[in-house]
Design a protein around this ligand. Structure first.
Ligand code: IFM
Length: 467
């Protein structure tokens, strides 16, 4: 790794006022000669989530789950990146890397550690976090629920119970009262379908259940929770420019054997359940899911923007060995390059999902896109080729407001633990030292320039085996 910007170095280097994008003549010249330019107002940044970076989130259901030894590599979130303490230094670093936006999540279990009690210290902490970002000229994008629940909520049945909607609404109202002046972009819930599938169908995330009925109930409640949150944000935010979205994970589903109609059917079913069902309910108020078909009028028209989390494509086959998933089997293409998570690297997929989303005529914010890659070998080309495809979609009229790479820092990757590293910045979990990876430096040049240079395209896109 080339540069080792330790936290103390950076504090000295940036001394509060970080360099902004477009700084300096060289950068202006580079922008002028950029091969692919993005709009001036484009948001360039990174994304994180509280439990994955903060450390010591002892009061949520994931912490409990980890103590039961449910993490594949045996690790625990523990101190994570200690970002709860080191956020200022981390944000100085992001500003020095020319980022102008940052997505983070509020940790509900810190803000409301017991039902109805809102901790003033936690609120003061997050106010400082948001004020600090604003001072650096970084636009905060704030997620209200990113997979973790306060323990008191999970003890009562979490998202399976109808009461969760009131509880979530109360927390959101309090958060918007406390931080509303500082936040324009609110993301209500991160990846509802992933959350519900992992926790209630695959049993690999808390609460570790396996039931399609429960999964459907949880999704139904999450749609209602999202709708309630949207209402609370509209009622409580003092800002007239507030933007409400959901961070929706979309994947491409293609038939593995295109000549077989059954494979097409499985691909379309995967797409309908994973990509469309929840999203459509937040647009037109209709939910189409096994055991959950019907109108959810509260959901209708609750999105100002669509947050897109894109990572990969799944091949779909009809397979009699999988009755639980309606004889559908989904897997990464065996002949294509893969990440350390085993996901196919498929840049054209982001173009395809953007074109799909364009039909809903809402602005799109890319709230996540990234790669698990321990040695940073894939990430530079991954970045360039995905941005190239985003640019292609934008040239064809798709309204994309910004790109938030997952992730700023290496962090705790849920049931996979620390094994998977997604950061543009390496974190040494023993010393907590941060080191900018080559991809982090490359992204800094892209952010500063507001586009991709010709040399970058030649170096990374031309040679990438997955371009
Ligand atoms: O780390 C996760 C994140 O919390 C949600 N989206 C996918 C990322 C990578 O798996």
């Amino acid at each position: 790794m080339r540069s080792a910007w330790t936290i103390p170095d950076l504090v000295t280097a940036s001394s509060g006022a970080a360099p902004r994008h477009g700084c300096g003549q060289t950068m202006r010249q580079e922008r002028e000669s950029a091969a692919l330019l993005f709009p001036d107002q484009f948001l360039w940044g990174t994304a994180t989530a509280s439990h994955q970076v903060e450390g010591n989130n002892t009061n949520n259901d994931w912490w409990e789950w980890e103590q039961k030894g449910r993490i594949l590599d045996g690790s625990r979130s523990g101190l994570a990146c200690d970002h709860y303490r080191l956020y200022r230094e981390d944000f100085d670093l992001l500003a020095a890397l020319h980022q102008n936006a940052h997505r983070l999540s509020l940790e509900w279990s810190r803000i409301e550690p017991t039902p109805g009690f809102f901790d003033p210290d936690a609120i003061a902490h997050y106010r400082d976090v948001l004020e600090y970002l604003r001072r650096l000229g970084i636009e905060p994008v704030v997620t209200l629920h990113h997979f973790t629940n306060p323990r008191w909520l999970s003890a009562k049945g979490g998202w399976e119970t109808a009461e969760v909607v009131d509880a979530f609404g109360r927390y959101v109202a309090r958060a918007v009262d406390a931080f509303g002046d500082l936040v324009r972009y609110w993301v209500t819930i991160n990846e509802p379908v992933v959350y519900a599938t992992k926790g209630y169908f695959e049993a690999v995330w808390p609460p570790g259940k396996r039931s399609l009925r429960r999964l459907t109930r949880v999704l139904h409640n999450m749609i209602l929770g999202h709708a309630r949150a949207a209402r609370m944000i509209r009622e409580h935010s003092p800002r007239t420019d507030v933007q409400i979205g959901v961070a929706h994970h979309l994947r491409v589903f293609d038939p593995y054997r295109p000549i077989l109609p059954f494979d097409h059917f499985v691909a379309r079913t995967g797409e309908a359940l994973f990509n469309r069902a929840v999203l459509l309910s937040m647009l037109d108020g209709h939910f189409q899911f096994p055991f959950g078909r019907g109108a959810i009028p509260e959901g209708q028209d609750t999105l100002d923007f669509i947050g897109l989390n894109y990572y990969s494509r799944d091949m779909a086959t009809f397979d009699l060995r999988h009755p639980r998933s309606y004889f559908g089997s989904f897997f990464a293409h065996p002949d294509r390059p893969k990440t350390a998570a085993g996901w196919e690297i498929y840049p054209e997929g982001i173009y395809r999902v953007l074109k799909f989303l364009a039909r809903f005529n809402k602005p799109i914010l890319i709230t996540e896109n990234g790669v698990a890659d321990e040695r940073d070998e894939l990430r530079p080309a991954f970045l360039i080729t995905h941005l190239q495809q985003i640019h292609r979609a934008m040239q064809e009229g798709v309204k994309v407001q910004g790109y938030l790479h997952w992730s700023a820092l290496d962090n705790f990757e849920w049931s996979e633990g620390r094994r998977l590293r997604f950061g543009l910045i390496h974190v040494d979990y023993d010393t907590l030292k941060r080191t900018v990876k080559p991809s982090g430096e490359l992204y800094a040049r892209i952010c500063a320039m507001g586009g991709i240079g010709t040399a970058m395209l030649q170096q990374y896109a031309g040679s990438a085996s997955f371009a």
